[in-house]
Design a protein around this ligand. Sequence first.
Ligand code: ARG
Length: 578
Amino acid sequence: MRDFKRETAALIAALPGMADAGIDEAAAFGILERPSDSAMGDYAFPCFRLAKAFRKSPNAIAEDIAGALPGGLFDKVENVNAYVNVFIRKDLLCAEVASAVRRDGDRYGGSQSGAGRRVIVEYSSPNIAKPFHIGHIRSTVIGSAIGNILEFLGYEVVRINHLGDYGTQFGKLITAYRRFGSREEVEKAPIQTLLRYYVEFHAKAETDPSLEEEARAAFAALERGEAEERALWEWFRAESLKEFTVVYGMLGIRFDSYAGESFYSDKMGRVMDELEQDGLLEESDGARIVDLDAYGLGKALITKRDGSTLYITRDVAAAVYRKEEYDFSKNIYVVASQQDLHFKQWIKIVELMGYDWASDCIHVPFGLVSLKDSVMSTRTGNVVFLEDVLTNAVEKTKEIIAEKGVLTDHAEETARQIGIGAVIFQELHNNRIKDYVFDWDKVLNFEGETGPYVQYSYARAASLLRKGAEDAAGAGGAESQDGAIDPSYLTGGAAYALAKLIYDLPGVVAEAGERYEPSLITRHVTDIAQAFSGFYHDEHILTANAEERRAKLALADCARQAIKNSLALLGVEVPERM
Ligand code: ARG
């Protein structure tokens, strides 16, 4: 696609005196800004930095540049104080958008900038035998979207679920099961039952310390690979995974690997040896630590007194393994910001071990999700299951659809797409680092900046295009949407605003990939949906003038495609009818 910003930069760099002032194309490109108000043009060139070289006031320089820029690319060039504001020719931009979207289709907005590079994106990573609750949705949905975005930018993406399937809590679970559990109960409702055992274990352990002792012994037996403990653990894991898989299926989430913490249980020896050889380990009260005080990161506990390894040890082993197995260019972890210190610690340890790729390990943190009027805690058993949230979203959507009295075909399928899409969209709407409160009223609002609103815009564009095609067929001879259009019909305010946003999509996707920030796409697709509504209301699209109708339908088709591609990156499906 033509890059109008770069073309503008080239024209500015070619003006007299620019080369001497050190302004080449790249420099001019770097200086060009996007005005926050579109009334100030498509790009603005501030002249403050040129004052010294030109020995003139910035305002005078802006005036000179505005007067000297050649026509052809611009509808208008004006200077406002020290700024040169350029207005790209609307017909050129609209023609460019129409042909690029038609050419790229489902690939519009992507690029090949990451081609030949492999990245790992680790996300979701729930803990076995614990419920998959609303708190886990963020890593799952944000991580999956980041994976989609990077793939769209040409990277080869390896998606890993680092299951929390190892650690002392399994000793507790085994003990609880042996003391007061039953196979039938677990089989009937695995995670809820295991959670109850876990809660009961903690309650009983308060008065009976022998439980803790027994749990430690059970975990030690598990680490030694004793058959009975191993079998119980495998069973808990398999039952948990069954439930997680249901949720992943509902959300349309997939992984290339489920290598979780237990996968590294036999890969720890090598890490311990290396740490030892590098002189990084210290004894402390029988335990072994790496002292990171010099970096303001405290002391990292590597093995406990009884020799058992910890969460952090497994992360070090996992990173080393991943580098060797996948030779990643980036190894990305989508994990809550509560674990900031943990990630800083182990990445520092990997660096101290002499691995220069430590800096390619990237923690992408996100804020907390909380529920309106309730607090979640696994220990007390007060949790909201994600599966229930999703089922509830679909049910509520069905009610809304029934109330509105529309849509009888595909009602089930559409309600699923809208309900699930609404939850995902809401998750990805805020800047990821912000904490937010899950609120049903906001999620399923069809009018606000929500998934259903954007999906509705898509369905409306799709139906408009169907109508356009029918009309054309009725008028004799199917009108094709291919071939050139006359872009002069698209220069009205609403049409151009829409075209401009569609033109900007590739840049937004690239930035979302660089910053690991899917919310940039969520915001942008909301803007496109709103601009489409504006276009739909302001312009008479299905006019009698065939040329005009063709141009406007082509733009509607671009909007439809841009919305579809953006939502696909977020993991939200699009209903053809709504
Ligand atoms: N299982 C952990 C939890 O639920 C998250 C794992 C994050 N990934 C990692 N490599 N440490 O808190």
